[in-house]
Design a protein around this ligand. Sequence first.
Ligand code: G6Q
Length: 546
Amino acid sequence: MFGRTKNKAWKNLENIYKHFKDTQMKDLFATDPKRGELYAEQLETMLVDYSKNRIDDKVLEALFGLARERGLKEKINDMFSGKKINTTENRAVLHIALRNRANTPIYVDGRDVMPQINATLEKVKDFSEAVRLGRFTGYTGKKLTNIVNIGIGGSDLGPYMVCEALRHYWAKGINCYFISNIDGTGCAEVLNKIDPETTLFIVASKTFTTIETLTNARTCRKWLVDALGEHAVAKHFIALSTNKEEVEKFGINPDNMFAFWDFVGGRYSVWSAIGMIIAIAIGYKNFERILDGAFTMDEHFKNTEFEHNIPVILALIGIWYNNFYGVHRYGVIPYDQYLQYLPAYLQQLDMESNGKSVTLDNKYVDYATGPALFGGAGTNVQHSFFQLLHQGTEIVPIDLIVPAISHNEIGAHHQILLANVLAQGEALMRGKTEEEAAAEMEAAGKSQAEINRMKKYKSFSGNRPTNTIVLKKVDPFTLGMLVAMYEHKVFVQSVIWNVNAFDQFGVELGKKLALNILPELQGTAHNIEHDSSTAALIKYIKNIRK
Ligand code: G6Q
């Protein structure tokens, strides 16, 4: 069996872990009063405090050693220089080129990709402004104010998350909608709310062959044609795709197609034409600020030594828990209503990228790779799953993300929110001993019998890790930095695990089997071989639907 576990840096970390594993964070804080300042990095409008982790200098040094042994620096340079690091698909990985604000040439197969990227950005700019200013109108001359993005996975989660995160910046009168699921409910609920004369459909599909997107797009097209006639399609449908032929086949004018390229993975595509709905909603200038923020993080990631490199530090701390503490789950909790869809976005980014079991050298791994990621907006989740985070049997490392300034500073709302996020990090780290719980109950006048009965229930083991990420505000620039930070974190972990973060063969098998089952449900195919569970389920459902 091949594995990381045979490497020197890995062995070193295993040894350190043996002695370090029970170290209490509160002791580390007690012995080093400057810990909170030392284990924190600031970049422009973002502060990342990683001091509430089970780490010290020795652990960090060993983790940086692992990154060096894995050739991380070279791997970063490979990505930024357009090398085909997506080896299973023989593609370069150039989401960083989409926000390369320095416009320095980046070559793929001897050709600079920047001119085509800039040309598409210009086209996105012109079109988004034309829609916003009412220069590009619907078929009947009305302004397009309902913008509907039809896409799924990477062609949905990014634009959806960013549009919601930047809702504060939406132009007055513009409404954005997202149709992704094949479940007809998604389509029906949106179409019920909008008027065909004022609706622009954006069909977002890199391949333009995705069954969900094309089915939804056809349903929307029929709805529009029924209302306004065939000629209206050119004024109400645009496509974001790499596949001109299929776009034309669908009946969308190629002039209304906005291109991107196979060196941009779906889940990394929000910075490209896939961001069209964002540019329409918040304006192209603000869209560019998102790119500026991402570029700032890219430069930091590429040029900063590991010891101060935010994505590298976060990635290595994640490795420490995943591979040495054996903790294979991880939470992201944005304390901001606008960021409520960030966990869903990061779930795809992280789990589709690093949920892999075969190395770049074509061998099965013998160590854990990507953790399961979950999350939700605070303070809401404090009233749901935080119980397990505080008193469950397993530790669950989490990122707490909060803006220092809210777009909606109403009364004391934001101060209360801030107090909560800080308190959670403190409580998870510090915990409460049985003695402390007993003393509290005593002070509250409880009987000794009551104290003895309740003190275990009321104690908290603590020593539970958090990163606290403070954003100045949820603005386009800071959001760009934040998302790019997570992209690079995921990449660093893929380098340590020696897996390809940029393919996703794992989504294919289920899709293929669905194509087998569909004709059975429709009654056009019979007796396809299934396991007895699947066969019985098909029979049961068909009976109900008769
Ligand atoms: C992302 C994946 C996947 C993809 C969707 C939609 O990295 O590749 O989520 O984005 O399957 O694909 P299309 O954009 O081709 O419709």
